[in-house]
Write a protein that binds this ligand. Sequence first.
Ligand code: NAP
Length: 303
Amino acid sequence: MFSHDIIKKRIIVIGANGMLGQRIIHFYSGKENIQLLGCSVEPSPCFNNVDYKSCDISKREAIKDIILDFYPDYIINAAAFTNVDLCETEREKAWKINVKGVEYLAEASRIIDAHLVTISTDYVFDGSKGPYDERAKPNPLGYYGRTKLASENVLKISGTYYTILRTNVLYGIANSHPDFVRWVFNSMKEGKHIRIVTDQINNPTYIDDLVQAIDKVLGFRKYGIYNIGGREFISRYDFSIRVADFFNLDKSLITPIITEELKQAAKRPLRSGLITIKAESEFGFKPTPINETLEIMKKELLQ
Ligand SMILES: NC(=O)c1ccc[n+]([C@@H]2O[C@H](COP(=O)([O-])OP(=O)(O)OC[C@H]3O[C@@H](n4cnc5c(N)ncnc54)[C@H](OP(=O)(O)O)[C@@H]3O)[C@@H](O)[C@H]2O)c1
């Protein structure tokens, strides 16, 4: 994208220290025609060579000042309160970050006519009859899903140029908390027994596929809602077996269980997953097969 532009495009990445945010920063950093600013709630960045500002998106004036000062063409919001179970008990905080935060970004975005891209989730659905396309009726089971759905609705009436990318089960290389693949790999490497659910089905999304999708959305100026997910619909248990097989780990360490046994605070959508035909046909989104993504991750996991 942007390879023929003479004037630099300005991109601000909110939640730059998170799992997805880091990969977005990695993708755009060093590109000649991009001026990049990372922004997250922590005092300092977990990356080098990219400008960084600490800010809390639930602070309306603070985030507005940063955005109006940088005057971005594009705002990519990868920040969120993502702990699904904590969202049940810390509802005010979840609403402030996931809903009000998006509202404040949209307000600032509208003032300068920036294009705001924000990330949503399959947790807006109840998981009774997935996989879902973009027109399916949301019905979140938990508070996290409710906040993410509310943030989508905030954007719809915001009057700004926006794109919502719904995704599910992000995995890939990042320096933040371990993703599902790394957690399975590390646990099994250490000989730990793990219990994995057989009844949650999604299409896990390789983070860099999502980053590519974001870049295409900006390049093709695609607005509205798009699903971004992986190529394969698979249960968490089968996914962990794929990881074990790929890395020749001892599969007997994995015990199949059902979600109910975990007694989690928040209910999960079970038969979920996101149909990606719209993104594939409108901007050439191409999810990478799981084995290829594991091949890419291998270098980092085995070092
Ligand atoms: N991971 C998944 O499987 C998945 C699936 C579907 C959708 N999503 C969505 O994808 C997006 C990225 O997820 P992720 O997994 O990369 O999340 P993540 O690793 O938890 O990163 C979120 C980032 O946002 C920051 N943040 C939290 N509150 C903030 C605030 N008030 N102001 C500014 N920054 C704040 C976090 O900082 P702290 O770490 O200090 O809190 C963190 O750096 C989120 O919108 C999430 O809802 C993720």
